[in-house]
Design a protein around this ligand. Structure first.
Ligand SMILES: NC(=O)C1=CN([C@@H]2O[C@H](COP(=O)(O)OP(=O)(O)OC[C@H]3O[C@@H](n4cnc5c(N)ncnc54)[C@H](OP(=O)(O)O)[C@@H]3O)[C@@H](O)[C@H]2O)C=CC1
Ligand SMILES: CC(=O)N[C@@H](CCC(=O)OP(=O)(O)O)C(=O)O
Length: 342
């Protein structure tokens, strides 16, 4: 029998991507769709690419609208999920695509988000060590941020295998949809098109503690991360270039072997053949992640590069993958590794 799914925040980018994927999921029936300022609008005017749902009208995001579902996806701004989630029963699978329940340390949350910490839920990145076990049968899932997904998949194998020192550098370029649909001054079309620019430089980006949490868990000791995000003139995609100093005795062969072992059986993570490099264009609209790793003998550093679609594996695809595990379905149901090109 199909599970009945509601989407809160169906007018936004993350909610829209969840709907795009769930429309192709054979085990799902799409129930309530809610919005905030766009409640009362037809979905067809807000998400014209979701043709089968064009005549559905958005309800306001209320407990009444979201009740009576097996699964509720929350695609709301930071800080809005906790109040909605606590109105949903313990038997409902609640999947938060926002940040509210990702961090374990309340001090990290307060420092980077500036409000009281709502709590910590099982983390929706199955590829982490122990990641699947944490999701099986769970009724609450915190979907990772898009940059932490990219950086963690790039560097966790190196930390889990003890290949690198505990200071990582991550420089990542993101497409503009990462910033959401609401208008923002730094996202004016004429200024973004044809230009790349950094932001959140100097340790200020809120995804930094999330990366440190994931890499520290893999290493078994604290890892610091220097993270610099950049905005790239493309709608979707993240290319994360990550590096850390290699430990004594580490070389190209041991690095390659660790990554081959880590990703041999992963359905969505593809370690590319040597000499081929990840590209955002190759994972557009798919749940796949491309990874390549290299050892730089002069700098004695491990360089790991990942490419993913921020809205798919970086948000809604990761959410559906985690939902599948929580419900005991095949993890890949409704998800594709086939991109769109050119
Ligand atoms: N975009 C991305 O690549 C990623 C996004 N996420 C997370 O997903 C969540 C949604 O992001 P995204 O879709 O990009 O953002 P959008 O701005 O595109 O969408 C936000 C959604 O939240 C609704 N909303 C706005 N304010 C409120 C409120 N006060 N109460 C209830 N609903 C509200 C909006 O409704 P309406 O339009 O009707 O006002 C809209 O449906 C965020 O937490 C974001 O961090 C996570 C990873 C990556
Ligand atoms: C390009 C861009 O602006 N990206 C967003 C990250 C999007 C994401 O993953 O988000 P959440 O933590 O908000 O869920 C940013 O840097 O704020």
């Amino acid at each position: 029998m199909a599970v009945r799914v509601a989407i809160a925040g169906a007018s936004g980018y993350a909610g829209g991507e969840a709907l795009r994927l769930l429309l192709a999921h054979p085990g799902v029936e799409i129930g309530a769709l809610t919005g905030n300022s766009n409640a009362g609008q037809r979905l067809g005017t807000l998400q014209p690419h979701l043709l089968p749902l064009a005549d559905r009208v958005l309800a306001p995001t209320t407990p009444e609208a979201l009740s009576g579902h097996d699964v509720v996806f929350l695609a709301l701004p930071h800080g809005q999920s906790a109040a909605v989630a606590e109105q949903l029963g313990p038997d409902v699978l609640v999947i938060d695509m926002g940040a509210d329940f990702r961090l374990k340390d309340p001090a990290d949350w307060e420092r980077f988000y500036g409000s009281a910490h709502a709590g910590t839920w099982p983390y929706g990145l199955p590829e982490l060590p122990g990641g699947r076990a944490a999701l099986e049968g769970s009724k609450r899932i915190a979907v990772p941020g898009c940059y932490p997904t990219a950086a963690s998949l790039a560097l966790v194998p190196a930390y889990a295998a003890g290949l690198v020192e505990n200071e990582a550098v991550v420089v990542a370029a993101s497409g503009t949809s990462g910033a959401g649909k609401a208008p923002k001054a730094h996202l004016l079309g004429s200024e973004v098109m044809g230009s790349m620019s950094p932001y959140g430089v100097g340790g200020g980006h809120r995804h930094t503690p999330e990366m440190m949490q994931n890499l520290g868990a893999a290493a078994g000791e604290p890892v610091t991360v220097s993270f610099t995000p950049t905005l790239a003139p493309m709608p979707r995609g993240i290319l994360a270039t990550c590096s850390a100093k290699a430990r004594e005795g580490v070389g190209a062969e041991s690095v390659r072997a660790a990554y081959e072992k880590a990703y041999a059986d992963e359905p969505f993570v593809r370690l590319l053949p040597e000499g081929q490099w990840p590209a955002t264009g190759a994972v557009y609209g798919s749940n796949a992640v491309q990874i390549q790793v290299a050892y730089d003998p002069a700098a004695h550093r491990v360089i790991a590069i990942s490419a993913l679609d921020n809205l798919t594996k970086g948000t809604a695809g990761g959410a559906v993958q985690s939902m599948n595990i929580a419900l005991g379905l095949d993890e890949s149901t409704g998800l594709s590794t086939i991109g769109v090109a050119p």
